[in-house]
Structures are given as structure tokens and as C-alpha cells.
Write a protein that binds this ligand. Structure first.
Ligand SMILES: [Zn+2]
Length: 201
């Protein structure tokens, strides 16, 4: 199957190698220049699943607790980031609000959910429908839920919205900050080759 034997190019000399599952604590190096290609991620299924669940809980906290406070007609309103994005869409170009919504919420949420669905079904030993397709979607979304992109989305919203409202240094903000670490952790624990191999009967 083409998916289980993908190719990887050396970052230093561009030599192509076939990706193989590694034994524990092993690293794969380029046969020509010795540069590091990839490393074995131990317990990739359990660890990634646990981190993905943590990420979804943080996402929930980040969205139910107030993120912004703004003054309107003499009263202080506290709102979530979603409401902030709606305010942003009224004050700024619509494209910016959509970009903020995608990078800071929708894509990380879809990424975490697709991981939970695929890895969770493997963990309980049930072949749920379309899990391969969802795992493929998760891998496609992976670069878009990278820490940098996520941080950029949050930063843009903070900078833009701070002109209209103030950011509450509370649960929602800390949950967003913790999500940065969660997304970074997934990138080190998730080893797609191991997952594909386990998924194929
Ligand atoms: Zn090389």
C-alpha cells in the first residue's frame, strides 16, 4: 500500500529514503550525509490520544470562559473569543475574521477531533466508519494546526480586539496558552507511520 511506505527526502542533501517503522529509541539517518531523518515516537497511540483529549478539554474551557471584556452603554460585557471574532468581523475586513476563526479555533478543533476519533477507535479496538479518511484529514490539517499558525491567529485577534476590548487574564486565556504546548506536543508524539501500520489489518 502506497500510504504505508511513504518517501522522505533528506533535509540536507535531498536524497530520498523509504520510511520504515523504527524500533524503540532509534533514529533514522540519511545514508549519504548522516543527517537526522526521523525518530521513533514511543507509545505514539496512547500518548497522542491522551494529549488530543487534553487539547479538546482546553479548547472547551477556552471557549466557555470569558476571553474579552468590553464596555457598552455604561455596562461591562464579558464575552468569549467567538463573540470577539463576530465583533472583529464588523470592524475589520471579513477575511481577517475568517482567518482568525480558522487558525485559532476551527482547524485545531477539527484536527484534535479527527485524532480523537481515529486513535480512540483504535484504542477500543473498534473499526469505526471512515477512520482512515479522518486520519488522512488530520494529517492534512496538521501543518495548519501548528503552534506558530495557532499563535498567530490568537495574537492577531488579541491585537485587533484589544483596540475594542480588553483581554481577561483568566481561564480562557490560560487555556489558549496551554493549547500552544498541547499542539506542539502532538507534533512530537504523533508518528503517522506507526498509526497507519496498526490501522491496516
Ligand atoms: Zn542527506
Amino acid at each position: 500500500m502506497a500510504m504505508s511506505q511513504p518517501l522522505i527526502a533528506c533535509h540536507d542533501c535531498d536524497l530520498l529514503h523509504q520510511v520504515k517503522a523504527l524500533p524503540p529509541k532509534c533514529t533514522a539517518r540519511c545514508t549519504r550525509c548522516g543527517a537526522l531523518l526521523y525518530v521513533h515516537a514511543p507509545d505514539t497511540l496512547d500518548r497522542t490520544l491522551a494529549i488530543a483529549i487534553t487539547g479538546l478539554v482546553l479548547m472547551l474551557l477556552a471557549n466557555i470562559y470569558p476571553f474579552l471584556s468590553l464596555e457598552s452603554q455604561g455596562t461591562i460585557l464579558e464575552t468569549t473569543l467567538i463573540t470577539g471574532v463576530i465583533i472583529l468581523s464588523q470592524q475589520s475586513p471579513l477575511g481577517l475574521a475568517i482567518l482568525v476563526l480558522l487558525t485559532s479555533m476551527l482547524v485545531p478543533c477539527m484536527f484534535l477531533f479527527a485524532l480523537l476519533y481515529t486513535l480512540g477507535s483504535m484504542k477500543i479496538g473498534k473499526s469505526l466508519p471512515a477512520r482512515k479518511r479522518l486520519f488522512r484529514i488530520a494529517l492534512t490539517l496538521r501543518p495548519w494546526s501548528m503552534t506558530e499558525v495557532f499563535l498567530l491567529g490568537i495574537l492577531v485577534s488579541v491585537v485587533k480586539l484589544s483596540k475594542l476590548a480588553s483581554i481577561i487574564p483568566g481561564t480562557a486565556l490560560f487555556a489558549f496558552l496551554a493549547l500552544v504546548f498541547v499542539l506542539a506536543a502532538i507534533n512530537t508524539t504523533l508518528d503517522p507511520h506507526v498509526i497507519w501500520e496498526k490501522m491496516d489489518p
